[in-house]
Design a protein around this ligand. Sequence first.
Ligand code: ADP
Ligand code: MG
Length: 321
Amino acid sequence: MAEFSIIEKYFTSLGREHSDTSLSVGDDAAIISVPDGFEMVVSVDTMTEGIHFFEGLSPELLAHKLLAVNLSDMAAMGARPKWVTLAMGLSSHDEQWLKRFSETFDKVAKAHGVQLIGGDTTEGPLVLSLTIMGLLPKGMSMQRSKAAVGDDIYCSGYIGDAALALTKLLGEQNLTDDVFSDVLPALHMPQPQVTLGQRLLGQVSCCIDLSDGLIGDGEHIAQQSGVSLEIEIRSLPISDAYRQYLKEGGFIKYAIAGGDDYQLLFTAPQGKESTFEKMAKELDVKITKIGRVTKQGDTLVQLLDDGKPSLTKLKAFQHFR
Ligand code: ADP
Ligand code: MG
């Protein structure tokens, strides 16, 4: 099938249509308008077969994850996601694959109110690159450089499950069936905190989404804000499955330096516990206070074990190993 018919058949009207889209898929470029009082927030994330996902991963899981990791960047900025463009490298034109991919893409995009307005399709290794655009009330951004000494540090959801699941898929360690089946969805179907991100606007000093792991992303905040972060290991939000794995002799490191969590890590002035408690109840998400921002020291992210400096030194997960 020719490139043009693929686009026409599978990628012309995916997601939720918006009235401020004047021109969508089909022309040389799309045209969208930004309403008065808003700014546009733009981000791109690329997934390559064999690097970011295993060969043969189902098209449904791929479509879900591609949107999820991009939506998570909007969440971290507090933006409302609206538009995406999709650049794909395809090694073969497998119609079944395209159908399944585009159907899930449509479903997830609709669920988040996102419209596909363009893209690029080429032959090559399987690479999926999504550019996402969202709207943010003018001047309301949450930036990595705004954490202040004395702020509390919070984290949404549970962390570590995705990295734990990955260790089994990579054959690095065995997990019991119960633990594995409970942690696998975190890796395959991450749930970006899009609603929470928007609710945090005006309440927090800084926010980031956890893609490289708590230490790695914590270091980004510390570096850009010129501070250090003290994080209490015992306060980390760990799922029941992860707890079970720890009981069986497992390691805490995947929660500390794993990656692929797609939860939000944010800092806020002291005394906001009840605000976040209320928010957590309303949105049915877990929000946990895990530490404190301090004056910059030798260590950007200092782990504490029951209040005392922990000896655990863990490097962030990095793609370029
Ligand atoms: P051009 O040669 O102008 O780049 P293309 O033939 O690449 O145009 O694309 C034609 C139209 O289809 C454009 O509007 C483009 O945005 C859209 N498009 C191409 N690939 C995709 C895709 N995978 N998903 C959505 N839209 C796509
Ligand atoms: Mg093109």
